[in-house]
Design a binder for this molecule. Structure first.
Ligand SMILES: C[S@@+](CC[C@H](N)C(=O)[O-])C[C@H]1O[C@@H](n2cnc3c(N)ncnc32)[C@H](O)[C@@H]1O
Length: 225
C-alpha cells in the first residue's frame, strides 16, 4: 500500500506546475509539468513572473522552510531542492493548494545544482538538517566542493544558512569557513537556549521536530561566500 501511495505521488508530482525534475539522475536535465525538457538556468524569473530575489532550500525534504519563508516574505521567491519525489510532493502540493506563487520545487541531486542557475541568479541558500555524511566529508553540503558549485550562481551579496542537529556538520562547517577565510556572520550551537536572534529560526522542519523530541540541540551558522 505504501508503495502504491508513493507511485500515486510521483504521478501527481509530474503534473505540478511548481515542480521541475531531473528525471534521469545521471544527467543535469530538467523537465516541467508537461514532461518537456526545459532549461531553467537564468529563466526562473519567468516561472515566478517577477525578478524578486531567490532563496534556495537545499535538502528541503517536505519543504517546510520553503513554505514558511514564502509566506513570511511575499516579495522574495523560494525554491526547495531535494532528490526525493515523495517528499517534494508534500511541499509542492501545499504551495499549490494555498496559492503560494513565490514557491517552487526542484527535484534533483544537489551535485547538479550549478546547471540550473545562472551567475548571480540566487541570493540566499538555506541548508536544513542535511545528512552529516559522517564517513565522507566531501559529500557534505558545506564542503569546499559544494561551495565551489554555489559560487557559480550566488550573487555577490549572498547569505548562507546552515541549520543542523549534527555537531560534526556544525564543527566541520566552521572549520571550512575559517580555512577559506569566509565572513562568519553568526553562529550558535544551541539556538533555543536563549531568545532567537533571527525570526526565521522559529520555523521547524519535519526532521527538526524529531530531533527536538529526542532532546538534541539545534545549531545554526550564517555566513557569506
Ligand atoms: C535529513 S533529511 C532533511 C529534510 C528536511 N530538510 C527536514 O529537515 O525535514 C535530508 C534530505 O536530503 C536529501 N538529500 C540527501 N542527499 C541529497 C543530494 N545529494 N541531493 C538532493 N537531495 C539530497 C534527502 O532526500 C532528504 O530529504
Amino acid at each position: 500500500m505504501a508503495q502504491k501511495n508513493k507511485l500515486q505521488k510521483f504521478a501527481e508530482l509530474n503534473t505540478f506546475k511548481n515542480v521541475y525534475q531531473n528525471p534521469f539522475h545521471e544527467n543535469p536535465i530538467l523537465t516541467d509539468h508537461t514532461g518537456e525538457q526545459i532549461d531553467m538556468k537564468g529563466q526562473w524569473h519567468k516561472h515566478f513572473g517577477n525578478k524578486n530575489p531567490i532563496t534556495l532550500e537545499l535538502a528541503c525534504g517536505g519543504g517546510e522552510y520553503t513554505l514558511a519563508m514564502g509566506k513570511d516574505y511575499p516579495n522574495r521567491n523560494f525554491i526547495g531542492i531535494d532528490i526525493k519525489g515523495n517528499r517534494i510532493w508534500k511541499g509542492a502540493r501545499v504551495a499549490l493548494a494555498e496559492g503560494q506563487d513565490n514557491v517552487a520545487f526542484l527535484r534533483s541531486r544537489i551535485e547538479f545544482i550549478e546547471h540550473f542557475f545562472e551567475k548571480g541568479e540566487v541570493q540566499e541558500i538555506w541548508i536544513t538538517f542535511a545528512d552529516p555524511q559522517l564517513k565522507k566529508a566531501r559529500k557534505r553540503l558545506t564542503s569546499p566542493i559544494f561551495l565551489d558549485r554555489y559560487r557559480k550562481f550566488l550573487a555577490e551579496d549572498n547569505l548562507m544558512h546552515l541549520k543542523t542537529d549534527s555537531p560534526v556538520l556544525y564543527e566541520y562547517t566552521l572549520e571550512v569557513i575559517e580555512e577559506q577565510k569566509l565572513e562568519l556572520l553568526y553562529e550558535n550551537s544551541d539556538i533555543y537556549a536563549q531568545p532567537l536572534v533571527y525570526p526565521e529560526l522559529r520555523f521547524k522542519t519535519f526532521y527538526e521536530k524529531m530531533h527536538l523530541e529526542d532532546k538534541r540541540t539545534i545549531k545554526y551558522i550564517q555566513y557569506k561566500l
